[in-house]
Design a protein around this ligand. Structure first.
Ligand SMILES: [Zn+2]
Length: 413
């Protein structure tokens, strides 16, 4: 039995509330306890309340003095591409010079350069780089990430990435939810339909028999996997028991949101081009939108998804980084909060609900993480500020002070 008492939080941001994803004005309710504290036993939250009350019931608990700082649930990042080899620094420099995606691809950049490096990397090299990424997430105050495959695009290379994720789960404190994204792009030597067949008849069975993923994702876009092919992949994944997520309506409004609603997907991600009809479709099927403003920003675009309209429509909105080497090289949820507030006109409270409790539900873990309530896991962060709004306000400045996962100190800065 190990007990921990967190005392003297200027704001204990509990996000206590209904045991379901938050919608509408619920997103504004953070359940803040001023001068708050928490009692933790065996990695789980036992009691939440005023710091004074917690102090009176200390028992043998070890004390963590938050010293007048904000204490919050760790961020839950519901969309990342955590495992890849190398970087895309040359692409970044070319884009800054004004070169187009096509010019960059011609020069040997784009997703293919990452696929080639990832295929060439050994499992142990990939693991070493992934471990570095995992530490970046922790240092930004993220305690759980969803992580996708998708830079292998052959049976063995996709499995290699998912095995690296499984190994990583054992090696780091960061909690990891794996997603199979074999349908990220079509490998050069195959037609789309030939590759589709590989994904459905070879990859999916291996992924499920080895229990390597909880979700299946697809890049649904003209020139990649169109609506009909995306439906085939996701339907096959659903049959073998995987939850569904999808990269949809990022570059064109192709009916991706509607498809995710039709299939009863857990999330529809990106949605930069989704219109009112798509939003209504998502609402009807209770699909959670996962918005990724980091990729809009890093690509130098200004077409952000319609967050306000989604909130008004009653969608249980989620924010995530889309961490990847090409379009969103950031593991920082605080940066995403800043973008959500400045570019999508979300309030800091809405952004925090979207990146903690709602994100947890989007990973089917709403009963365990995402808020600071009795019986949930003690995954929390002490931020070096007094008011939670500072997290979105001071952008580009790390405010993480200490990160705890299951009541254990994971990072101290
Ligand atoms: Zn993505």
């Amino acid at each position: 039995m190990s007990a921990l008492a967190v005392l003297n939080a200027s704001q204990l941001v509990t996000l206590a509330g209904a045991r379901r994803p938050r919608i509408g004005t619920e997103l504004l309710e953070l359940g803040i306890i001023r001068d708050g504290g928490m009692l933790i036993r065996d990695g789980k939250i036992e009691r939440v309340g005023l710091s004074d009350e917690i102090e009176q019931n200390l028992g043998d608990a070890e004390i963590v003095d938050a010293g007048g700082r904000v204490v919050m649930p760790g961020f839950v990042d519901a969309h990342t591409h955590l495992v890849f080899a190398g970087d895309r620094l040359d692409d970044f420099q070319r884009r800054a010079r004004g070169e187009t995606y096509e010019q960059i691809a011609k020069a040997g950049g784009g997703i293919w350069s990452t696929v080639e490096k990832t295929r060439a990397a050994s499992e142990s090299d990939l693991f070493a780089q992934a471990k570095k990424h995992a530490n970046w997430f922790l240092r930004c105050g993220t305690t759980t990430v969803e992580a996708k495959s998708g830079y292998g695009l052959t049976v063995e290379d996709e499995l290699k990435i998912l095995r690296v994720l499984r190994q990583l789960k054992e090696a780091v404190a960061l909690e990891i939810v794996p997603t199979f994204l074999g349908a990220h792009a079509v490998p050069k030597k195959l037609s789309t339909d030939e590759y589709l067949d590989v994904v459905i008849t070879e990859m999916l069975p291996r992924v499920t028999t080895e229990s390597l993923a909880e979700f299946c994702d697809v890049f649904c876009e003209r020139g990649y996997f169109d609506i009909d092919r995306s439906r085939k992949i996701l339907s096959a994944a659903k049959k073998v028991g995987l939850g569904l997520r999808g990269h949809v309506d990022q570059l064109t409004n192709s009916g991706g949101a509607k498809l995710m609603a039709e299939l009863g997907a857990t999330t529809a991600d990106h949605l930069e081009q989704t219109d009112g009809q798509g939003i209504a479709d998502l609402k009807k099927a209770n699909v959670q939108p996962v918005l990724l403003p980091g990729s809009v920003y890093a690509l130098g675009s200004s077409r952000y998804p319609r967050a306000r309209q989604m909130i008004e429509a009653g969608l249980a909105i989620v924010l995530a980084t889309d961490f990847n080497p090409g379009s969103s090289p950031t593991p920082s949820m605080p940066m995403i909060l800043s973008l959500a507030c400045t570019q999508m006109k979300m309030s800091p409270a809405e952004a925090i609900s979207a990146s903690t409790v709602n994100a947890a539900y989007s990973l089917s873990r709403g009963d365990q993480i995402g808020s600071l309530e009795p019986s949930k896991l003690a995954n929390f962060v002490i931020f070096d500020c007094e008011d939670y709004r500072e997290l979105a306000y001071w952008f580009g400045m790390p405010q993480t002070f200490a990160v705890y996962i299951r009541g254990q100190l994971a990072v101290e800065l």
